[in-house]
Design a protein. Sequence first.
Length: 341
Amino acid sequence: MSSPKKTDILIIGAGPVALFAVFELGLFDMKCHLIDILDRPGGQCAELYPEKPIYDIPGYPSISAQGLVDKLMEQIAPFHPEFTFNRMVSGLAQLDDGSFRVTTDEDEVFEAKVVVIAAGGGSFQPKRPPIPGIEAYEGRSVFYSVRRMEEFRGHDLVIVGGGDSALDWTLNLQPVARSVTLVHRRPEFRAAPDSVNKMYALQEMKQLDFQVGQVTALAGNDGLLRSATVKGPGGDVEVPCTRLLPFFGLTMKLGPIADWGLNLHENQIPVDTEKFQTSVPGIFAIGDINWYPGKLKLILSGFHEAALMAQAAKRIVSPGERIVFQYTTSSTSLQKKLGVA
């Protein structure tokens, strides 16, 4: 193993809540290092729906998921956080002095006075539909998320699923694709009614096609799709398909976190609502991965949790130091830290 890299706060995850935690911790002069299994900051926002608009972030009537991540990165820039990407945290142990030693699957070692778990739902992977030979097309013609809509311009798209992701991308990609065929096993959907109504309206105008059934076969060469076979009530139908987007949901796993001795509640980590501390003092959990009575899985709820967590973390990192509550709008010292004084 490598020699330990030391920091005040080790944050597991780099999604929006983790990034905002860096801001709150930075206001208290705590240095942060973030580890994420993905190859860039943003968590599920960046991985699954970077161009999808979010409507419930205060002050932004609408902002794309990637736009939110970019703004958060800009906001935390004055605090110079460090990142380690493409790594899974594999081990955690408490040292004699109360601090924590964290190891990754690449045998890197970190030591921190506080650990903050902000790993969303844990490590996640899309569910693969049971279509023979689909693996040969993955990454070239079959995609489980949309990172850039431009990459689908001019293609014949087949989108499979009946939830919000399938309907949202059907509506968002329809203007750029050559053709769009939505496939769902029944005419009823789990998606927002407004999205379903818009989809049916586009079908009426013959701007997309909706097929009841299931994709049972793919045709193409060298990873490049040509068509897909849809088995429906009337038999098999072959539809043009150069890009397939299956949205069958995600398989979420806590991974090694489940073995760290934390109390768990249905694969989530229970916390108190004063500090958002876990059953192990010095380990906090914020965002979608935690649980408490009344928990709402919203980004803005995670922001609130990060603010209260930072107050408690400061007491561990700097024991005995008086904590003065200050507003960024009126505190000269905070404005100096942010570079705006």
